[in-house]
Design a protein around this ligand. Structure first.
Ligand code: SAM
Length: 247
């Protein structure tokens, strides 16, 4: 005799439980910060200097949103008016070598299994970015498209999305580490624009922080702009360490 509908449903629920775990079996070390650094504050300093002060394997998750020099170079080819690009031009730009140095340090401070969420524009996504990680143990494990709900600039097409590449330090493991299973890989959220800085979505960053860390864990953003990750940490009860050149 075949299984009843109820038996079928119970078997499906058992299979789902076996595949998805909403527990987190990873715990992070207690961190003693060097003198001069403070948690949950908007620090005004160079992100590389902050990173170099942090001990190895102390950060559970990090967000990195580089001020890509490359975007300006691409936008010069007729995609953006000079006036509209002015506020962005006034921010400190990062060269490829600076970005690689940030990523090497991020790899050093992340715990095993820890996640790096790297914001990326479509130009870098298309031209390739894997060489940034060749001196690290980080591996790409996922990607989220942020639908900004507001049309941006562009000549051929108008930008409405940005991309968040998800990287993990080994061992690359999802079960028992990543505890949310309802985050869609296209995320729609409007973020309030501020002069010169383009804040990233606090709702998405909060959901990701909850997915990959426990309350009280240390979350890092070494180029924090409007400090949207600090807001996400306040929302989720995590500790934040981060800075921007402009504070
Ligand atoms: C794209 S914005 C970050 C936006 C941020 N994710 C948010 O949600 O508001 C990049 C930031 O990097 C900062 N920056 C550039 N070079 C830096 C450095 N060496 N150290 C720290 N911050 C830096 C810029 O001042 C800018 O605010």
């Amino acid at each position: 005799m075949g299984a009843t509908i109820e038996e079928g449903k119970a078997a499906a629920a058992r299979r789902t439980r076996a595949v998805f775990s909403s527990g987190r079996s990873v715990s992070s070390p207690a961190v003693e910060l060097p003198a001069g650094l403070a948690l949950n504050k908007r620090l005004a300093m160079d992100g590389l200097q902050l990173l170099r002060m942090l001990p190895d394997r102390c950060v559970t998750a990090a967000f990195f949103d580089p001020q890509y020099r490359g975007i300006l170079d691409k936008l010069r080819y007729g995609n953006e008016g000079i006036k509209r690009g002015k506020a962005r031009c006034s921010l400190s730009q990062m060269t490829e070598e600076t970005i690689r140095e940030f990523i090497r340090e991020l790899d050093r401070v992340l715990i095993d299994n820890g996640h790096l969420f790297l914001w990326m524009d479509k130009f870098h996504l298309c031209s390739g970015f894997s060489h940034w990680f060749c001196e690290t143990a980080l591996m790409t494990v996922d990607m989220i498209t942020w639908h900004k709900g507001r049309m941006g600039m562009g000549y051929r097409t108008r930008r409405i999305c940005e991309y968040l590449v998800v990287l993990q330090r080994p061992p690359q493991q999802a079960k028992g580490v990543w505890k949310a299973h309802d985050i869609r890989d296209v995320w729609e959220e409007r973020a309030k624009a501020e002069a010169g800085v383009h804040p990233k979505p606090v709702g998405l960053q909060s959901a990701l922080i909850e997915a990959v860390s426990n309350p009280g864990d240390l979350i890092l953003d070494p180029a924090a702009g409007s400090f949207s990750v600090l807001k996400a940490c306040e929302n989720t009860g995590r500790n934040f360490i981060g800075c921007d050149l402009n504070g």
